[in-house]
Design a protein around this ligand. Structure first.
Ligand SMILES: [Zn+2]
Length: 133
């Protein structure tokens, strides 16, 4: 698979891209070129969601809470999976982290026991209800 000639041409492509985008690493471009040859163009999300609060860390997902990998002192972002007695889906949490708001989610329960529908939004790094239509 890896003949000398294909390695050489890959290295040249890497050089050109590296000169064009000086901040990027040649190795990652070469990796992408190999990937796109094998699988076609593809957006990778293997590094997960960017933290919506600090924009530098990324979101670590657990069963109970999604939080910023930079930790409490550096950032402190976190969002519970269960809000208003309703367990949110991965899709809803991903949308919230990526866009800063969800669509209307039905079936929250207030502290007084009333059911209600609302969007979730992130304001100043905290998850809040929004009743905007
Ligand atoms: Zn963060």
């Amino acid at each position: 698979m890896m003949s000398n000639s294909s390695q050489k041409s890959m290295f040249k492509i890497g050089d050109v891209l590296n000169n064009t985008y000086k901040s990027a690493k040649a190795t990652s471009f070469e990796q992408k070129i190999v990937d796109s040859r094998q699988q076609g163009p593809k957006v990778s999300d293997e590094h997960g969601l960017t933290c919506p609060k600090c924009k530098e860390g990324h979101v670590i997902k657990t069963d109970k809470v999604w939080y910023c990998n930079r930790g409490k002192d550096a950032c402190g972002f976190g969002m519970w999976r269960t809000v208003g007695k309703k367990k949110l889906s991965d899709k809803q949490l991903e949308l919230l982290a990526a866009k800063g708001s969800t669509r209307i989610i039905k079936g929250f329960t207030s502290k007084s026991g009333k059911k209600f529908d609302a969007k979730l939004v992130i304001v100043d790094g905290k998850v809040k209800y929004s009743f905007d239509k």
